[in-house]
Write a protein of this length. Sequence first.
Lengths: 110, 361
Amino acid sequence: MAINWGFNIARPRAVDMDANDLSITRRIMAQMPEFQACIACGSCTATCTAGNLTSFNFRRVHTLVRRGEYEGAYEEMGKCMLCGKCRLSCPRGINTRGLVMLIKRELEDK
Amino acid sequence: MKRSSWKEYQKEIADDRYYYARSCIRQNFFPGSEAAFLDIMRNDLGKDVLDDPLHTSCTGIGYHSDIVPLETIMTVVARQFALMTAAGYENFTSSCITSFGIYTEILETWHEFPETEARTRENLFKATGREFRIPRNIAHTSDVIFHNREQIAARMVHPLMNVETGAPLKGVEHIGCHYAKIFPKSGIGGSEFPYVLAGMIEAWGGEVVDYPERRHCCGFGFRNYLVQANRGYSVANSQKKFASMAPYRPDFIVCNCPGCAMFLDKWQYTIAEMEGVTYGPNGRGIPVITYEEMAGLVLGYDPWQLGMQMHQVDVEPLLDKMGVKYDPDAKYLGNNGKLIGKPEQAVVNCCSQERTYEVRQ
């Protein structure tokens, strides 16, 4: 007889870099090496028009992608309006609009 | 000069004449451990320990669950000290880590805020007519066993070694959070370098496993467990520890806290039943024991007299490695020879898994 525990084992919210499959991240990095220069300052999110109107958080999503957490990233990137203001504010000169398209392209089959 | 934090966390432990405060939950989970402590102290080491039937729960669980107010628990603790004073003892030793944390916290509170001590004295006198002296020495019972570890080693019958290979047994030591994380100076080695159980393992021939999540909490955390819907967080903490220690292939886990010993034992059963995952060799769980049981085994006590049949994860693999003789048919017989009840077969004990862990390079 199955036991009714009344609870489930809570899954950790920490990112486990050893367990995650980083193959897509490596492909993205190889195509856009400048992405490695990102310091996660959040200027992209602060200036984001889509982020101002929705819960879209570009920094959060590309940081998770960089760590191999791909779930929901494609759908999130769909919220980007490709206006390119983030590209103007990035202190590291990263082609952020290109990064949005690259992440979408790499995750479209995922 | 290089600073050594380890040396900053030494404590004085009284040598004899202890007033013994039992744990309320331990007597249900592991009833043999407290009896073993008294037997070892009195019969093997010849110490004077008063097991006073007048003392009560410290109400620590109620306090940490926001049911018992601070003023109330301070008065309860004052009553325990009053009983100790009336019995003519000055050294207080508690069996429970929660209680130990409560006693150290309240003594520190009284030290920092003398008016709270005065108010507690007044409350106690009004309620019971009793008065008390502050204990000269306060120690957890694991401190007391640690203090006597060399004397126990001198009388050792079964060292913590594999009788077939002669290799030291690998022991995971788990310190209760309220032992040293509230006031690190109250624990041997503080919270960073806990040595109270490690010292016992080393003195009795074993090897301590140093694994990544060694300092992590077992997950009891009172609210984490007392509310059923929150228990998923509690078991997740234990699971994190098991997954971290499993690659080192420990032979046993030893705890000095009633809650930790229970949860590290029973959550292995829960995880095995829920997800079919076990963390010991051959698909079994890792035996979890108390330090009194460890001392008792080392001294040649009968495992069933120590109450080791009360554990959810079977302890026989550890007994076999140590070469401890036991009667399998007597496992579930009480002192009167009658069956005390036998648990159903559980995944954690039936070797249905073949999961092998490799140490990460």
